[in-house]
Design a protein around this ligand. Structure first.
Ligand code: ZN
Length: 399
């Protein structure tokens, strides 16, 4: 039963040095001494009305509940799961009055898996409010909600955001409560096992995605301003994403629209404002590549503000220059062909390959849902190899 695997030596790129500047997103959390000058918190729902504060954890949860209570015909509140410390990971499902309608494509926004990157957290709450309050008055929004099922998860790492307590986002951190970087913790489709066990926050997110059929999504971060499209695991030279041309167009549209309102945005990584993730900095075990590879879903990483935690008085400006781009990005789903028809009542299939040990000194085992394969790289030089297993590339690091 053992199938023949092919070693692709042409991709042998041993410890190649990245010429790009280091990914700011990879730096440790900003020390509290460098925290922004103003972090005003809203400790009541009323204090969020002017949209120039961050919500406390209790106000955040109350806002999500309020959306569902105020617009029962448009949305309902999903609990994706709970964090290590028991905080809620919530998603507002703006799916209309008929949530079982199988015809509209499903879209997902998810923010702040790095707890200190809170611009997206704020923007997503404000997006929920705008979409719901504009239905029936704005033809653009009404048409969008009638055509797309939109899921918005403003905060996927609440323990990191509220590390200092539920009352403030000052002192937030990148990691979850186990000090694990959630964006280095997903199963890697190209072969490297994460350093840490799958964290509950990510396990819940994977389950949520498996129970839907998201055709398009975005994963919101901060620390830079750039549209980071797949793959993160490879440079474009090593392996170009099949939709790379489309991603560039999408990135350009997002950035160009934003720059109508503020010409200085999205300039700290590339002049274009978009980049192939691996050309910026190669990472393993990121969420973007996992969802693109396994879930018939297109996900981009949006880095939305150079400051991870913006001064709260700057938040309205970021909404002003990004809201149109955020809404337009949802519309991009309508141009994606549904090339694999699916019944959304059936959970999506997730057939992860397990690869171990990886890195290896020689022997490596690949377990697929139907087979177990053994390879021996003992006589090969150290480097990165790609095994073709059941038609998929599997990345193996030979020590
Ligand atoms: Zn991040």
């Amino acid at each position: 039963m053992k199938q023949i695997a092919t070693l692709l030596f042409s991709f042998l790129l041993v410890f190649s040095v990245q010429a790009q500047k280091p990914r700011p997103d990879a730096f440790p959390p900003v020390p509290d001494t460098l925290a922004p000058k103003v972090v005003n918190m809203a400790s009541t729902l009323e204090e969020m009305a002017s949209w120039d504060r961050y919500p406390t954890y209790e106000v955040y949860v109350a806002m999500m509940q309020r959306f569902a209570a105020d617009y029962p015909s448009l949305c309902h509140l999903d609990t994706i799961g709970t964090s290590v410390q028991g905080r809620l990971i919530l998603s507002l499902a703006i799916t209309g009055s008929n949530p079982t309608d199988n015809y509209r494509p499903e879209f997902l926004y998810s923010s702040t898996m790095h707890g200190d990157e809170v611009t997206g957290f704020y923007l997503m709450l404000r997006l929920c409010d705008t979409l719901l309050s504009s239905y029936g008055t704005s033809a653009e929004i009404t048409n969008l909600l009638d055509r797309v099922r939109i899921y918005i998860n403003p905060l996927s790492n609440p323990d990191g955001t509220y590390r200092s307590g539920n009352h403030t986002v000052a002192g937030s951190m990148r990691y979850n409560a186990n000090y694990v970087d959630l964006n280095r913790n997903y199963p890697d489709p190209f072969g490297t096992d994460p350093l840490n066990p799958l964290q509950v926050e990510n396990e819940a997110m994977i389950q949520y995605v498996q129970n839907h059929h998201f055709r398009l999504s975005a994963n919101l971060h901060g620390g830079s301003e750039v549209m980071n499209y797949p793959w993160d695991s490879f440079t474009s030279f090593q392996q170009l994403n099949e939709h790379a041309t489309w991603w560039k167009e999408v990135g350009k549209r997002f950035v160009d629209t934003c720059r109508i309102y503020d010409s200085q945005r999205f300039r700290d990584v590339t002049s274009s404002g978009y980049i192939n993730g691996g050309d910026w900095y190669v990472i393993s075990n990121g969420r973007q590549d996992y969802f693109n590879y396994y879930h018939n879903m297109r996900e981009i990483t949006m880095e939305l503000s150079s400051a991870k935690t913006l001064s709260s008085d700057r938040l309205p400006h970021y909404w002003h220059c990004m809201s149109h781009s955020l809404i337009n990005y949802i519309k991009e789903i309508l141009a994606i062909p549904n090339d694999t028809p699916v019944d959304i009542t059936e959970p999506a299939n997730n057939n992860a390959f397990r690869v171990y040990p990886n890195p290896t000194h020689g022997h490596v085992t690949v377990v697929t849902p139907s087979n177990v394969y053994h390879y021996n790289l003992s006589n090969r030089p150290a480097g990165i190899y790609f095994l073709t297993v059941e038609g998929r590339p599997v990345k193996v690091v030979k020590l």
